[in-house]
Design a binder for this molecule. Sequence first.
Ligand SMILES: NC(=O)c1ccc[n+]([C@@H]2O[C@H](COP(=O)([O-])OP(=O)(O)OC[C@H]3O[C@@H](n4cnc5c(N)ncnc54)[C@H](O)[C@@H]3O)[C@@H](O)[C@H]2O)c1
Ligand SMILES: [Fe+2]
Length: 388
Amino acid sequence: MKININFPVQIYFGNGEIHNIGKRARIFGQNAFLVMDPFLKNSSIEKQIMQNLNDNGVVITPFYDVVPNPTVDLIDNGVEQIKKGHYDLVIAIGGGSAIDTGKAIALLASNYGSCWDYTERLGANVLRPKEKGLPMIAVPTTAGTGSEATPYAVINNPHIHQKCTIVNPAVFPTVSIVDPELMISMPPELTALTGVDAFSHAFESYINVNAHPFSEMIALESIKYFAKNIRQAVKNGTDIEARNGMAWACTLGGMAIAHAGTTVPHALGQPLSGLTNAPHGGTIAACLPEVVEWTLPVAAEKFAVVAEILDPSVKLKSIEEKAELLPSILVDLFREIGADVTFSGYGLKEDDIYSFADTVYTSFQLDLKGHPKVATKDDLVALIRKCM
Ligand SMILES: NC(=O)c1ccc[n+]([C@@H]2O[C@H](COP(=O)([O-])OP(=O)(O)OC[C@H]3O[C@@H](n4cnc5c(N)ncnc54)[C@H](O)[C@@H]3O)[C@@H](O)[C@H]2O)c1
Ligand SMILES: [Fe+2]
């Protein structure tokens, strides 16, 4: 048995943890570059955060240029700004897009070039950071990406319609503050789609060929929290217990992919956002049941375990029966929470299917190789067609 555990992030998890942000930040110095999700602009929570940082002697420069599927240009502009001043740390507060923006800015603050140069692209000359980057504090306001616990920063390049990832231990946040109270303002659709992303991280790492007992343990725990809390979090966003459960499912999901990686759903989902700017969680929801169906009977034992967590009523069925029920369990659940979406609904055209499959096949080999069933280009074309 080979197990490699590397998890360098200090995580503070719990209701109200945001009110300790000033003292957590002050440890790293006085001058902070603050990447803020624009949904927080002029909110009472933003005022409290600014006050708390101020009370602890942290001087901040706010940066609001964050968009969903964060773009190379906005991030590079942020890097230009941070290089003009003297900063001790970067703080990023918001959804996965804000956190990834902050992670990339922190890394590039002490390295040269464009953030795009550091993304993994098959066959391209990928730059590796020479310097560590600035200390970085991540404060998620969605429960989906798990970016607070991963060595990844996903960047969108609209000039070439591609979305690629910096994969490097240097982009683990230094500290993450996960406060479920910050997630209460998420509307039901965002809660559902980001929740599916959190689930898929746990699920894909669990079935991944690189899974090991530690990553599997984290992944299964994440799936249990997802199963128990997703419906209630969508139905009643102010239910703080459900928000706690989903926040924890998300952080564990991030830790799980940090150890074992993602598979075919992320290989399909990420480039779809690059092509159509679709929300990340939606791209995953649109393909996950089809990917499970296509993968069967491979990984049936693990699918059976997940099916039973999501729907305990299948308990007395055989492993094969449970595994075969997983696609419909997912379809029903996604319909119930309003995450029944499709690739065509997100703007993928019939005519684009072949070139899209080609991008997936050439650029996402890392994810494809993690999947327990080998995917040929023809398999991908057929799969994409089913997700339309
Ligand atoms: N780094 C990683 O490990 C990792 C993993 C998976 C996905 N990602 C990336 O993260 C990005 C997606 O992040 P996301 O799914 O969190 O969405 P997001 O950050 O793109 O946010 C989506 C929308 O929700 C808003 N929002 C955020 N928090 C809110 C709240 N509490 N209340 C109301 N509105 C809120 C944002 O302003 C935005 O308009 C994608 O680019 C994806 O590829 C990164
Ligand atoms: Fe994801």
